[in-house]
Design a protein around this ligand. Structure first.
Ligand code: ATP
Ligand code: MG
Length: 401
């Protein structure tokens, strides 16, 4: 069905003057073959970029030369953007900054890609083109480098992380031995990678279904410290994944990172710098520093916590506390605490500064202090007091009859 989407069909029609000139490639083909949802579709074509632009425009589509040096044109069809890249082969490789030349040979284009399962192409009619045996590898859950792993890694050390990322997403059984040992031997090269590229791969690795296995393989081979710069907490990481499952929650890269690598505030700061996290992400990461003995909150304590932190931070914090301790991931009491935000909405404190000011006894900072005092009593009383009761309390505190 992804090939039959109207936008995809329009793109194919605009760019297939000669039969088979344009094919979908990479992640979309791979995911479709696995029956997974397909989001963005990339295209490969034998048509040179200038002609891609001309043909797209002739068909009434917007075409933007977004990466013309690499032969990439972005074509927009009914608001959906597609990257269309002319077939190329690497002439001289230096990282991803290889000097490229265009070609009409599909097998050459396939050979410069990273893993066999990423070198799959699909024609407009759904015909699979698999020059390197990627399909059997995909079915077997085998992540295999194209060509000699060591030399492919030397061209771009990010492929080490991609090896783990694709294993965590699509792998089954043990990791390909030749690929793994080449990654381990070349690990020092990762230091040359930019923080952005590493962070983006690691975030995608963190949310993979088999992230826990991939992390323990990284750990067993001494690679994880190179990436996170600290001592990982593999058990807590695996437990958090189990808890997400038990709660039926979508994985969050930052929460998983917090579980894996944050012991103390310094860890969170260092990782935030390394991965250039946003302020919101930093705040979430810092939640990982829960004390090892943080107890299961009873209902009243849980409500106070939820009121103070807000639903998202509260839930993240409880999940991390649960993962930090050793209660089973099936524990019904922790489950209840972790799902409180879905059952209970924190009330809004019913008094305002103007209510205190109206008592005529206080001004400025005193009003704030009074308000906080009243709010604290309201919280301690289980949020039970209503506005009338709180006004009476304020009068009492102020000594007003
Ligand atoms: P995803 O679903 O994660 O986007 P993808 O396979 O589309 O998966 P991208 O990173 O979007 O991954 O890259 C698109 C394609 O470009 C890949 O399928 C692969 O063929 C090729 N590619 C991307 N990065 C590299 C790399 N570092 N080295 C070699 N080939 C790469
Ligand atoms: Mg992609």
């Amino acid at each position: 069905p992804w090939l039959a989407r109207p936008e995809t069909v329009r793109l194919f029609e605009a760019l297939s003057g000669e039969t088979g000139a344009t094919r979908a490639v990479g992640g979309a083909v791979r995911d479709a073959l696995l029956g997974l949802p397909v989001s963005d579709v990339d295209f490969a074509t034998t048509i040179v970029p200038e002609k891609v632009i001309a043909r797209a425009r002739k068909a009434g589509l917007k075409a933007i030369p977004t990466g013309i040096a690499h032969g990439t044109v972005t074509v927009v069809v009914d608001g959906v953007s597609f990257e269309v890249t002319t077939l190329r082969h690497d002439v001289e490789t230096f990282g991803r900054h290889a000097t490229v030349a265009f070609t009409e040979d599909w097998a050459e284009d396939a050979a410069r890609r990273d893993f066999t399962l990423n070198a799959l192409y699909a024609g407009m009619d759904g015909t699979l083109f698999d020059p390197l045996g990627g399909y059997p590898d995909l079915v077997a859950g085998r992540i295999r480098f194209i060509g000699d792993p060591a030399s492919r890694i030397k061209e771009d050390y990010l492929r080490i992380l991609r090896f783990f990322r694709f294993n965590a997403w699509y792998g089954r059984g043990p990791f390909d031995a030749a690929g793994l040992s080449a990654c381990v031997r070349a690990r020092a090269g990762m230091r040359r990678l930019s923080a952005e590229r590493v962070a983006s791969e690691v975030k995608r690795l963190l949310v993979a279904p088999r992230a826990a296995e991939a992390m323990s393989v990284l750990f067993d081979h001494g690679l994880i410290c190179d990436i996170l710069g600290g001592v990982p907490r593999l058990t807590r990481f695996a437990r958090l994944i189990g808890i997400e499952d038990a709660l039926d929650r979508q994985p969050s890269a930052i929460l998983r990172l917090a579980a894996l690598a944050v012991f103390v505030p310094e860890d969170a700061k260092r990782l935030a710098r390394r991965f250039k996290l946003s302020n919101a992400e930093q705040a979430q990461l810092a939640l990982g520093g829960v004390p090892f003995d943080e107890a299961l909150p009873d209902e009243a304590a849980a409500k106070r916590k939820l009121y103070a932190l807000g639903p998202d931070a509260y839930t993240a914090r409880v999940m991390l506390a649960w993962a930090t301790g050793d209660a089973p991931v099936t524990d019904p009491d922790w489950h209840r605490a972790a799902t409180l935000a879905a059952r209970w909405e924190a009330p809004v404190f019913p008094l305002r500064g103007t209510d205190i000011a109206a008592l005529g006894k206080f001004s400025g900072p005193e009003i704030g202090a009074m308000l906080r005092e009243a709010e604290q009593r309201w919280i301690d009383g289980g949020f039970a007091e209503d506005r009338e009761g709180l006004l009476a309390l304020a009068r009492e505190l102020a000594g007003v009859p």
